[in-house]
Design a protein around this ligand. Sequence first.
Ligand code: RIB
Ligand code: CA
Length: 319
Amino acid sequence: MTAIPIIIDCDPGIDDTIALLTAFVSAELEILGITPVCGNQPLDRTVRNALQVCELGDRTDIPVYAGCFRPMFRDPIYGQFHGKNGLGNTTLPEPVKVAESKSAVDFLIDTLTAAAVLQKRVTICCLGPMTNLAVALRMKPQIAEGIEQVVMMGGAYREPGNRTITSEFNVLADPHAAHVVFASGIKIVALALDATHQVMLKPEHVAQFSKVSGRISETLAELMAFWDRNDVRRYGSRGGPLHDPLVIAYLLSPDLFETQPARVFVEHESELCMGQTIADWYGKSGLEPNAEIVTRVDADGVIALFLDRLSRYAEEVVA
Ligand code: RIB
Ligand code: CA
């Protein structure tokens, strides 16, 4: 089996962390790099959190490249539900690992340029605002030839927003970047709230995940308990949506997901609807679809997949 080369663009972030930890133990994925961005937290914090999670998951071999300090145009808005440091109430050891000197944008440009030449195109997993990828595309549009697909968590189509009435956080945090990426012509798989709200991390899942995950179980339980409490307050629901991990689950088991093509537009001018993602499902715009929007998720299948992967932290590492 040839591993899928991926870059994980993220803003850790509790759910980003669960996505990273799942990817770390999945041999189907060759993680070329992690590119934190300003999103849930300011950049210095998302970089630090990414470094700490690499150490938690024993994957300090994966390079981390600091991304954009702020969105392309609008002011940063930061996340509200990931605790004071972006990792709930969890305190991880000071990271020994440091970020690379190269910026995330330069890493994306260099890596995707080489991928196009080598015909070994890379999948970009976007778990936060898409500033890094948008800026790289603005600097060198040809890098699109080195991208297999973008699998992104963000947007809300038939669901209401989770940060404003209309808009989901990742797209709202940098709507101009989202507009650039959706207009790029690159193949996009969109995991919006329509998909992620089908997979709620319930208390029984928190118990199961922490039970199976061996040496990371205590940290994982802390993170998930914090995440679970949020959404009780916000949605009155028992459990928090597993947003970002679904991007990794999609790559590992696309059969657990159903998609529908649509032309997606991103509102980046209106004050009321800033960051809204609008899907033209039936071609009324006269434009070709630019995304496959995930419309259905096999939630039980996804939970089972996460249990399987996280349990690998309990298995003895064969030297
Ligand atoms: O709206 C959910 C998204 O916003 C997730 O990526 C979460 O980490 C936050 O960044
Ligand atoms: Ca995120």
